[in-house]
Every structure is written in C-alpha cells, then in structure tokens.
Design a protein around this ligand. Structure first.
Ligand code: AHG
Ligand code: MN
Ligand code: MN
Length: 311
C-alpha cells in the first residue's frame, strides 16, 4: 500500500504570529478558533433563524450562531473593546473603559444564501483601534476566512498579505499552516464577478462589463463576496457589487465587507473604488452603511473611475 508522501513541516499560525503585535495575534487566533468551530457546524445548521438583520436580510441560523461565536471569542481575548457585526443592530462592548482598545467589525458569515448548496462561504473581519464606525484608511488589520474546498485564513501581517490553511491530514492535522505570503494580484487581469441582477445594472456598468467580456476576461460569480473576490486576488481582475437602478448604494456594507477587503487588496497591489474614489476613503456614518464597490486590479479600477467621470 502506498505510504503517505513525506511532507515538510510548515510554519504554524501561532509560530508566525509570535513575531508580530501580540494583541493582533490574539484577535487572529480567536478568529482561527471560531472558523474551525464554524466549519464543523456547517452540516448541522442549514435552516433559517426567523429574524432579519439590520440590513433587512433574513437571518440563517448559522448567521446567528457565527455572530455569537465570533463575538464571544473576540471579547474573551481581553484586547477587544467593541465588536460590531452585520448581524447586530448595535455593537457589543467589553465592560469598563475600553475606548483605546481594538474594535472589530465583522460579517461573521458571508454568502448565507449558499449554505444549503454547499457553495463557498466566508467570514470578514476589520480591526481598528478606538470606537466604530471609522474609515477603512484607519484599519490596523483585516482578515477573511474561506470555507470550502479548503478552510483558509487570509490576512495582513504588517504590509504582507498572507494565507494560512487548515491541515486535514498528516502530523500537523488540525493546525493552520502557512500557505502563501506576500500575495500580489497578478499583472494581467483574468477574471470578473459582478453582483446584482444584470437587468438592474446601470448603462455605464453594463458597458464596462461588456468591455471586459470583449477582452476575454472569464466570468467567475458564485454569490459569495469572499468566494468570488478570492479568485480576483489570486488571478487578477475585478469583483463588483455595483450601483443598481433604484439602488445607487449597492448592497455590500462598507464596515463589514468592502472596506476590510479593499484594505487587503491595496496591500496586495490592487485598489478599490465606489466609482468616484477609494472605498477606504468613505467615512461611514452608520455601522451598516452600504456603497457600490469595484475591487481588484489597479488599472481596471482606474478605468472605471475614468469611464464614470464622463458618463
Ligand atoms: P451576506 O450573506 O453576508 O449577506 O452576503 C451576501 C452578499 C455577498 O456575499 C454577495 O456578493 C452578495 O450578497 C450576492 O448578492 P446577490 O445575490 O444580489 O448577487
Ligand atoms: Mn456578506
Ligand atoms: Mn453575512
């Protein structure tokens, strides 16, 4: 019988983070713990919770479960003073005066409509110092989790965008180990994913997308922001949840979804825009404020701003 191939030992998440900010390390390790526990729950919680979140989206039981799981783990670190979430009207705060502690804004489960189809899911976290809301420019760190096929964590360590993957076999089984660091969007854009109903795209969005198709970019759209975005990060291109007719501010929440991802994208050599300027320059007034977002290869983002400035 073929013995398992000998694989070299890889750096673990704990080892890697021990060289950085100890408070950020505690936050990242809390998220890693929550991601593993959430992944274990996926087969068992596929129903709806019966309520709606602050954006009016119907809540899946996994939305509520993941919200409570990550919020508890983050507040238990002792270094997080406030947790804001897409699934809560107001933030949960640690007791005592924690105004200078870290604050985390999260989308605890991204892509809930994909739970029953076993399609890729995500979790998104933005980490600031001080009270929320704040602009993406003030982000200290950000992380997103991908569930399926692999369980991965993608985050910045200083200015380097790294990816860790949960091992499922061998001596390091159950540990998160280093899969990539210094991730950069490839020079040549390859894929695109655009949210919302095509019939509701504004003419200038439609024109832009047609030009991408004419250039041979490949359509990659699965309905989970993180699942679709992760392909742009690794293959180059653009993800957008654009302005829609009757919905000029799109759907994705700045604090919980597009700002943390735009922050990582800039560190990976890409950029973002609302059509007018960087997603990171938005100063959200409300925790669940939305904005149209176009995130990915720098030159495509630039092209959108040029097109939109004359249409
Ligand atoms: P969430 O499940 O956290 O509400 O996010 C769903 C979002 C995002 O993941 C995805 O890009 C978008 O909804 C898909 O929207 P459409 O179904 O309108 O395309
Ligand atoms: Mn989401
Ligand atoms: Mn969500």
């Amino acid at each position: 019988m073929r013995t398992g191939v000998e694989r070299p030992r890889r750096t673990t998440l704990e080892e890697f983070l021990s060289n950085g900010d100890p408070e950020i390390a505690k936050v990242y390790l809390a998220i890693a713990e929550g991601a593993t526990r959430l992944a274990g729950e996926l087969p068992f919680q596929t129903g709806m919770a019966g309520g709606t979140n602050s954006s009016g989206d119907a809540q899946a039981t996994l939305d509520v479960f993941s919200n409570d799981l990550f919020a508890d783990l983050l507040l238990e670190t002792g270094v997080v003073g406030e947790v804001a979430s897409e699934e809560m009207e107001t933030s949960r705060r640690a007791s005592g005066d924690r105004d200078h502690a870290l604050s985390v804004a999260m989308d605890p489960l991204d892509g809930s409509s994909n739970i029953t189809t076993n399609s890729p899911l995500g979790s998104i976290f933005g980490i600031w110092r001080g009270r929320l809301p704040q602009s993406g420019r003030a982000l200290v760190s950000a992380m997103f989790v991908t569930y399926g096929p692999q369980l991965t964590l993608c985050f910045n360590f200083g200015r380097s965008v790294c990816q860790f993957v949960e091992m499922r076999a061998g001596p390091q089984s159950g540990e998160f180990v280093l899969a990539a660091e210094g991730i950069h969007l490839p020079e040549e854009p390859e894929v695109y994913g655009i949210g919302g109903d095509r019939v509701k795209w504004t003419p200038r969005v439609e024109e832009f997308v047609r030009s991408l198709e004419a250039r041979g970019l490949r359509l990659r759209y699965g309905g989970t922001f993180i699942g679709d975005y992760n392909q742009v990060l690794r293959r180059g291109g653009i993800f957008a949840y654009p302005e829609l007719q009757g919905k000029p501010n799109g759907k994705l929440r700045v604090l919980y979804e597009s700002a943390p991802v735009s922050f990582l994208t800039e560190l990976a050599g890409g950029s973002s825009t609302t059509g007018k300027g960087s997603v990171l320059d938005i100063h959200p007034k409300a925790l669940a404020e939305t904005a149209p977002c176009y995130i990915g290869s720098r030159r495509l983002v630039q092209e959108i701003e040029e097109r939109f400035s004359t249409h």
